[in-house]
Structure formats: C-alpha cells, structure tokens
Design a binder for this molecule. Structure first.
Ligand code: 6PG
Length: 246
C-alpha cells in the first residue's frame, strides 16, 4: 500500500528550506543504526542543501563512512559536464566529504541510456541484496525529489511510457520533455517509492503554479511519486499555493 498521505511543510525562504532539509537528512541518518542509503535529486533546487552538508554543523555530524549516496535521475552526460546532476552533488559536497566508494553515480559511460539504466538497476539490486522490492524492506532511507515546470519529477515526464513502468527499476529516456534536452536515466516510480521517506524540495515563485497543479492533479508524475511510507513537500513561502479564503 502506498502511503497516501502527503504532508506539506512551509518554511520562510530558500535558505530555511535548505536548512530544514539538511536537518531532516541528518535525523534520517541518525535514526539508522547501520548503513544509510540516500537518493539525491538534481536540478537547481537542492544545490544550497548540498553546499550546507559540506559545512558545519552538518559535515561534522554526518557519519560519512556509513552513508551511501545514489541519484534518482541523471542527464546522460559525463560527470564533469555542468548538466550532470551527480556531478553537481559531487562538486557541492560529496567529493570533499564522502568516501568515493559510497558515491553511486549513474553509468553515463554506457553505450546508450538504456544500457546505463540496466547497469544501475543491477548495482541497486546488488546493494539491496535482492532482485525484487519487498515492501517491508525499503531500498532507500530517504529520497529527495524536485518538481519540473511540466510536473515531472526525477526524469519521469507527463505522458511518457516510463511513468507507467512497474517492473524495471531504472529506465533510459531518449528525449527529455523540457530543457535541458539531453537523454536521461531515471529510477521508476516503484523504485523511488521503496523508501522510508520521500522529500520534495520546492522553492521560489516560479514553482507556485506547478505546485498548485501537482496538488490538484493526481495524474502528474510529481503527484504520482509517493513513498510507501512518508511523503513530505518542503515548500518555501514564495512557492506556496495561494490560500483560498472563505
Ligand atoms: C532533473 C531533475 C528534475 C528536477 C526538476 C526541478 O534532472 O532535471 O532531477 O526532476 O528535480 O526538474 O528542477 P529545478 O530544481 O532545476 O527547478
């Protein structure tokens, strides 16, 4: 059963959003006695959060050797390309803080996005220790997500077949629906759902209209992406939908 409930948590601005997300991430890591798996997101929204993780007090409090960092989707470009999601996370904090073998980028050196998707799925299955997701055993402790201008999340675009995928863990997307128009690799909805907590980061006035739509239209990818357990939208005041007054 998917957790149907979505919590919306409002914070004042982008800086408060990054700080609140960092606190949740730290609390999630501290709640695990052992290995922790975090699935990062791309785009511009998480950048400040990632920078904060490399600064005190977060840097000193994260037990780096026991935290594994994955990515929910990436552009099919090399890690040093400015468009690379994992490349951005590496430059913002991972390269300075995380042991290299705890960082799990998508294989963008594969021949095609689909081949890269298969390799990433195999790596996730090895990490998980099984070929099938067991609802009682989450793959990730925390999955971070963003909302794109068309209501996409990860690289799951509205109307694309990838959004309906129920068996594959990871798929290649040859053509993006919005810029940047580069092929992508993305986790599918069931894989993203296999987490204790899914946390959407939504910041800035430009997100207000699409967040309003996502909260009203259950068919949009960002509305369909749910944790099996807890789903939270962390939203700053500029992105908050207008309140309807009685
Ligand atoms: C990607 C992202 C994507 C992103 C949203 C929001 O690779 O494009 O993973 O899902 O989270 O498009 O992007 P912004 O934060 O840049 O608005």
């Amino acid at each position: 059963m998917m957790g149907d409930k979505r919590d919306i948590v409002e914070v004042s601005d982008a800086e408060a959003l990054a700080d609140a997300a960092a606190q949740r991430l730290l609390a999630c890591i501290e709640a695990q006695p052992d290995r922790t798996a975090i699935c990062l997101t791309g785009g511009s929204s998480p950048k400040r959060l990632y920078q904060l993780l490399a600064e005190e007090p977060y840097r000193g409090r994260i037990p780096w050797p026991r935290v594994h960092w994955f990515i929910g989707d990436d552009r099919f470009v090399s890690l040093d390309d400015p468009l690379s999601n994992m490349g951005m996370a590496k430059r913002a904090f991972l390269d300075r803080c995380a042991p290299p073998d705890r960082v799990h980028p998508m294989p963008v050196d594969a021949a095609t996005p689909e081949a890269g998707a298969e390799r990433y799925a195999a790596a996730l299955k090895t990490f998980y220790g099984a070929d099938h997701l067991n609802p009682a055993k989450p793959l990730f402790d925390l999955v971070l997500m963003g909302i794109g201008p068309d209501g996409h999340t990860a690289s799951l675009f509205p109307g694309y077949p990838a959004i309906e995928e129920t068996s594959r863990w990871v798929v290649g997307v040859e053509q993006a629906h919005v810029a940047p128009f580069v092929p992508r690799i993305t986790l599918t909805l069931p894989t993203l759902a296999a987490c204790d907590e899914m946390l959407f980061l939504v910041s800035g006035h430009d997100k207000r209209a699409i967040l309003t739509r996502v909260l009203e239209d259950p068919t949009l990818p960002a509305a369909r992406a749910r944790s099996r357990n807890k789903t939270t939208f962390l939203v700053d005041a500029a992105a908050m939908p207008e309140r309807k007054h009685a």
